[in-house]
Design a protein around this ligand. Structure first.
Ligand SMILES: CC(=O)N[C@H]1[C@@H](OP(=O)(O)OP(=O)(O)OC[C@H]2O[C@@H](n3ccc(=O)[nH]c3=O)[C@H](O)[C@@H]2O)O[C@H](CO)[C@@H](O)[C@@H]1O
Ligand SMILES: C=C(OP(=O)(O)O)C(=O)O
Length: 419
């Protein structure tokens, strides 16, 4: 099992590039199930979650081949429309094959999904969506079982903003008969990227990126070519790495607009942050202070950057209040940051971080989920001595060669493999 060892104390400097977005690539790969033939995706990150998706797609009749940063997916009708437990348990996004399978073949049997341990993650809104579109749907032996003749467009009003729910609704509605209006839709850039691919395949979608999306169902979609949007969460993690080490780091190949909430918070804290069309530069200063954050759906502060920002706040002058509004139990990193010497009091969905610059010292810590892993690596960059982050398979789900990118900026970091 791999772990990462970080020897803290190096200021990071230089330029690093952003990879394609995991959370955009996953739904887009599932969307390929909507059309037989060859789909061509560029800027697809090399990640465990992408490999797991390729395996799941293969079990559904869609083989894929990587060519450098591109992935070619050949879709043909599968013998069965089953997403097996062994495939779906590894990642939450497995539920995203429900909409495409149901819309395309009129039936789907999808295992209840796994994913990061960040609180209970129900799929009731996905199920309700398919029901609204006319599916007969039930839960049997750990599987969602759904059937429909042809889905029929309807009004879907999400009681809560859900990224995956909106994505499943978009994919299902694209091949439904008639019009679907999705209200209180998620506005995340990853939803927009999915909509753009569906449109490239011939779907008729308006309003993606706003809270009301209208989909006119079509009879058939055809494969297309698409480049995956840059990963705003990876870009944000790298910016925080620059800031936490007191360095000057430029993150390029990103879309600064997608990171506005982070940029605003970093500026409020006192960092100098400059943006160009496709890059963000953070320049550190000795006088920066704690700021509060509260996670919210896009364009609010992303829950997927909460743990990393908390690591930064352990180094701030003053006290920061971190509020997690999206997931009920996304503070698993707190106890590990405390092992490194951080002063954090977790409460229900609120954590109070008392900053103390240069106060961390290296220790063995355990990654509990994807972004928690990243926060521990960031803390390790400023802790004195060595920090060994184990269970790094969580990190590998969603970061492309993070240790190489950080090493390129001057970090002393290495991966070790133990039996
Ligand atoms: C693969 C992917 O893109 N994952 C992202 C996606 O996850 P995911 O799509 O799973 O997250 P959602 O936006 O659906 O979840 C938002 C909230 O809605 C709740 N909910 C969701 C569905 C449902 O049927 N019922 C329900 O109650 C969730 O428990 C959570 O409290 O968006 C999250 C919120 O930005 C990110 O943290 C994840 O990185
Ligand atoms: C929580 C995440 O992923 P998933 O939804 O796949 O568990 C994440 O990307 O931070």
């Amino acid at each position: 099992m791999d772990s990462i060892i970080v020897s803290g104390g190096q200021r990071l400097n230089g330029t690093v590039s952003t990879s394609g977005s995991k959370n955009a690539a996953l739904p887009i790969l599932f969307a390929s199930l909507l059309a037989d033939g060859r789909h061509h995706f560029d800027n697809v990150p090399e990640l465990k979650d992408i490999e797991s998706t390729q395996q799941l797609l293969a079990s559904l009749g869609a083989t894929s081949e990587r060519q450098g940063g591109s992935l070619l997916v050949d879709v043909e009708a599968p013998a069965a429309h089953v997403a097996d437990y062994d495939m779906v348990r590894k990642m939450r996004a497995g539920i995203l094959c429900l909409g495409p399978l149901l819309a395309r073949y009129g039936e789907a049997r999808v295992s209840l999904p796994g994913g990061c341990a960040i609180g209970s993650r129900p799929i009731d809104l996905h199920i309700e969506t398919m029901r609204r579109l006319g599916a007969d749907i039930s839960s049997e032996g750990g599987y969602v079982v759904a059937r429909a003749q042809r889905l029929v467009g309807d009004r879907i009003l999400f009681e809560k903003v859900t990224v995956g729910g909106t994505e499943n609704a978009l994919m299902a509605a694209s091949l439904a008969s008639g019009t679907t209006v999705i209200e209180n839709a998620a506005k995340e850039p990853e939803v927009v990227d999915l909509a753009n691919y569906l449109i490239a395949m011939g779907a008729r979608i308006e309003g993606a990126g706003s809270s009301v999306i209208t989909v006119e169902g079509v009879e058939k979609l055809t494969p297309a070519r698409h480049s995956i949007v840059p990963d705003r969460i990876e870009a944000g993690t790298l910016l925080i790495a620059g800031a936490i080490t007191g360095g000057n780091v430029t993150v390029d190949c990103c879309i600064p607009e997608h990171l506005q909430s982070l940029v605003d918070k970093m500026r409020d804290a006192g960092f100098r942050v400059d943006t160009t069309a496709d890059a963000i530069t953070v320049q550190s200063t000795d006088s920066w202070q704690a700021v509060d954050i509260a996670t919210a759906p896009y364009p609010g502060f992303p829950t997927d950057l909460q743990a990393q920002f908390m690591a930064l706040m352990t180094q701030a002058e003053g006290t920061s209040v971190v509020t997690e509004h999206i997931f009920e139990n996304r503070f698993m990193h707190v106890q590990e940051l405390v092992r490194l010497g951080a002063d954090i009091t977790p409460m229900t969905q609120v954590a109070v971080v008392r900053g103390k610059r240069k106060g961390l010292s290296g220790a063995p810590v355990m990654a509990t989920d994807l972004r928690a892993s990243a926060s521990l690596v960031l803390a390790g960059l400023v802790a004195s001595g060595d920090t060994e982050v184990s269970r790094i398979y969580h990190l590998d789900r969603g970061y492309e060669h993070l240790e190489n990118k950080l090493a390129g900026l001057g970090a002393k970091i290495r991966r070790v493999t133990t039996e």
